[in-house]
Write a protein that binds this ligand. Structure first.
Ligand code: KIV
Ligand code: ZN
Length: 522
């Protein structure tokens, strides 16, 4: 490892791969692209963009991300199979900094019950796969899946083999979230001194959060000599999730005294925006008490705390909201604000980027300001996130009349544009949202499509007050495909209808670009 980098902990973001394995977090190519661009702005060192051999969709997403970003290393996950490795190499070929991440399980339980392979066979597969990848790429990461439950002498043998074959990064996953921080630190210290050539590779931690210790384990790994943390935005991921990027980065940043000069390359003021974009794209809300990015992370309720914070914020705050790009003074714009003020505020919030269609974003802002007296920073974040993840509009809601009364069943009547034609539909339902969704499904059927099933529906108020925007996210499923639609509006029924239509457009897009296929993760 380069001497100058000894104090840098690289951030390896796997939101688009392990994060996407989180139930309901499936993203389409455009959404992955928007996240990848934001990750580059954030300053992550490595983006794991997917698992190329798992599906055509993953392959396409990796290739798209590879050509769109330039600073981070872009890599694809791969099993120790020739076809996987060649597919991964192909997917990252347009990247400025391409790489590959090869994994195979090493614990007894995985060998016996999952792989049905002997230790010798796994050892050979690891060496062979790394050597094959190394013929094509310089950056080759090797992971011993379930390392924290692997016999340590055997783990050393496998890592020895990977180093001999050309691996540049050795990853020690706590696949099941089983590890304890003290053990993790000791494990890294042991591996670093025992594996032959261990001083010339970068050691990496990849932790899962099943016992709520993913961040603690990752930081312990850093104390034990790891110089890469694999993590996801908002900590999303399989089961209880992965290590949360924002928590690790801010822990290192805030406790520089403890970490003795260790730093990351992350531009912390981009954290809040990245977190919000992911929430917008996946519809997976961040718990209100989540450290760093949760709604209450900087809120003070108790009088004694409020008093202290007013006198000096440091009495109860160890970080300033502005360090993560979190707006503190939220009230900003109204209907008289012009394009210049709008753009200026986007820049201040770090929300402006070259590809954003400014006309559309400004139009959306004006439309909102007409309905709502005060437009808050959070509203702007929602507008920009919505603009950056749009797909072509096959469906458009033209008109909606929905009524509720205490005597009759709620009823909705609507007009929808579908491609070049217009469809009218009406339906009743259990409630007004149900009636609206039934009418929309009816419109889809009239057009010859299949009625999608509603898998999830979440409503949230973005800002306070009676004219607050409601943020609705719904997950629709049509066969193998599922899509999340999101919309914000001052009227909750309109937001619900628009979210459904947004999901319909994404489903349509998925069907056209990704025929139903089997996806398989590790
Ligand atoms: O959790 C895990 O072990 C993984 C590997 C594929 C690195 O995600
Ligand atoms: Zn994992």
């Amino acid at each position: 490892m380069d001497d100058r980098q000894e104090n840098v902990v690289q951030i390896f973001d796997t939101t688009l791969r392990d994060g996407e394995q989180s139930p309901g977090a499936t993203m389409n190519v455009e959404e992955k692209l928007a996240i990848a661009r934001q990750l580059e702005e954030l300053g992550v060192d490595v983006i794991e963009a997917g698992f190329a051999a798992s599906s055509e969709g993953d392959f396409e997403s990796i290739a798209t991300v590879a050509s769109a970003v330039s600073a981070p290393i872009v890599l694809s996950l791969s099993r120790t199979k020739e076809a996987d490795i060649l597919r991964s190499i192909q997917a990252v070929e347009s990247a400025k900094n391409p790489g590959i991440h090869i994994f195979i399980a090493t614990s007894d339980i995985h060998l016996k019950h999952k792989l049905m392979m002997s230790e010798q066979q796994v050892l050979e597969a690891a060496g062979w796969a790394v050597a094959l990848a190394k013929k094509h790429l310089d950056h080759v990461e090797f992971s011993a899946e379930d390392a924290s439950r692997t016999r340590r002498e055997y783990l050393v043998e496998v890592f020895d083999e990977a180093v001999k074959s050309g691996a540049t990064v050795l990853n020690v996953p706590d696949t099941t979230g089983y590890a304890i921080p003290e053990q993790t630190k000791a494990q890294f210290e042991y591996l670093r001194k025992t594996v032959e050539g261990g001083e010339n590779v970068r050691w990496s931690a990849h932790c899962h959060n099943d016992l709520g210790m993913a961040v603690a384990n990752s930081l312990a790994a850093v104390r034990g000599g790891a110089r890469q943390i694999e993590c996801t935005l908002n900590g999303i991921g399989e089961r209880a999730g992965n290590t949360s990027l924002e928590e690790c980065v801010m822990a290192i940043e805030t406790r520089r005294d403890y970490f003795e000069g260790i730093r990351t390359n992350v531009k912390t003021e981009q954290i809040y925006r990245a977190s919000r974009l992911l929430t917008q794209v996946t519809g997976i809300a961040v718990p209100i008490n989540k450290p760093i990015v949760g709604e209450n992370a900087f809120a003070h309720e108790a009088g004694i705390h409020q008093d202290g914070v007013l006198k000096n914020a440091l009495t109860y705050e160890i970080m300033e909201p502005s360090t993560i790009g979190r707006p503190s003074n939220s009230l900003v714009l109204g209907k008289h604000s012009g394009r210049h003020a709008f753009l200026d505020r986007l820049k201040t919030l770090g929300l402006w980027y070259a590809e954003l269609d400014m006309n559309k974003a400004f139009f959306a802002f004006k439309a909102l300001a007409d309905k709502k007296k005060n437009v808050y920073d959070e509203d702007l974040v929602a507008i920009v996130a919505e603009e950056s993840t749009r797909v072509p509009k096959q469906f458009e809601l033209l008109e909606l009349d929905a009524s509720v009364s205490s005597t009759n069943e709620p009823h909705a009547h609507l007009r929808v544009r579908v491609g070049e034609s217009e469809v009218e539909a009406e339906a009743s339902g259990d409630g007004i949202v149900d009636a609206t969704y039934n009418a929309l499904a009816e419109a889809v059927e009239q057009f010859g499509g299949t009625r999608p099933s509603l898998e999830r529906y979440v409503v949230k108020a973005i800002t306070g007050g009676t004219d607050a925007q409601g943020d609705v996210s719904c997950l629709l499923r049509d066969g193998e495909n599922n899509a999340i639609g999101q919309s914000s509006h001052t009227d909750i029924i309109m937001a619900s209808a628009q979210a459904y239509v947004a999901a319909l457009n994404k489903l349509q897009y998925l069907k056209a670009h990704r025929p139903a296929e089997q996806r398989h993760g590790p």
